[in-house]
Design a protein around this ligand. Structure first.
Ligand code: ADP
Ligand code: MG
Length: 247
């Protein structure tokens, strides 16, 4: 039985899409059949982070409407084995989606895949709630800046209200030179969001390079963020991995 993991933040630009693409790639590389769903109907760009721009002919609306079977609407990543992508529709918004059909689609992902990572839209409105409605776990991505922390707290509150079983925090774009100062801040963030830490991902120009060289991040093997996201994937599969920020 697969696990549905919604990646959210409240605030835009904290690194949700980057996280979905990188963690899903790592889970696939670890041998799990993994799907990532772009649920950001307004500003979809998960295809870019997956280096799969212009691949998608079908999108998840074709599944919700019953026109296509889930597996037929998913696109296999040509460069990472076990990794699949389901695109967001461009011409429909969250208000056009049926709650029952969304729930059924995520139930089906549990039969077909080991993991399904959902790229949530920013904000805590309808699209965000729908993305979480059938999730086993929510990862709240924040960057430690005050507005992002406040929004993360609100996103976590909504996750609790919806009844998501497991809520974890991912701190992204940490700069090593600020780390001494950040240690105190990490505790503050954990306390204010009220969720256990799943990982810390360092600021890394490899993410920019990956996008512009159209090469998946995990293929930049010796880069900081690639290591950090792999640690996150290993914690998701249940291993105890300490924080290795000095590496
Ligand atoms: P969101 O989906 O939350 O809006 P994105 O994943 O699109 O955020 O990331 C926003 C921007 O930050 C992108 O330009 C991305 O390349 C950059 N970014 C994300 N994480 C990191 C990181 N760890 N180091 C450097 N740049 C990053
Ligand atoms: Mg995004």
């Amino acid at each position: 039985m697969g696990k549905v993991i919604a990646v959210s933040s409240g605030k835009g630009g904290t690194g949700k899409t980057t996280t979905v693409a990188a963690v899903a790639s790592c889970l696939a590389a670890l041998g799990y059949k993994t799907l990532c769903v772009d649920f950001d109907t307004g500003l979809r760009n998960l295809d870019l982070s997956l280096c799969m721009a212009d691949f998608a002919v079908a999108d998840f609306m074709d599944v919700l409407s019953g026109d296509m079977a889930l597996i037929d609407a998913c696109h296999e990543c040509p460069r990472i084995k076990n990794l699949f992508f389901l695109a967001a529709p461009t011409d429909y918004g969250p208000d056009d989606l049926s709650v029952g059909a969304v729930k059924r689609m995520f139930d089906e992902t549990r039969d077909e895949f080991d993991y399904c990572l959902v790229d949530c839209p920013a904000g805590i409105g309808t699209g965000f709630r729908l993305a979480l409605i059938n999730a086993d776990m929510a990862i709240i991505v924040t960057n430690g800046e005050l507005p992002a922390m406040r929004d993360a707290q609100q996103a976590a509150d909504v996750c609790r209200e919806i009844g998501v079983g497991e809520i974890r925090l991912l701190l992204n774009r940490v700069k090593l030179k600020n780390f001494k100062h950040m240690r105190a801040t990490i505790d503050d963030i954990i306390n204010s969001v009220g969720a256990q830490l799943l990982g810390v991902v360092r600021e890394d120009e490899a993410i920019f390079l990956s996008l512009h060289e159209n090469t998946p991040l995990i293929l930049y093997r010796k880069r900081r963020a690639a290591y950090d996201f792999l640690d996150v994937a290993r914690r998701i599969e249940g291993r105890e991995i300490p924080l290795h920020l000095w590496r």
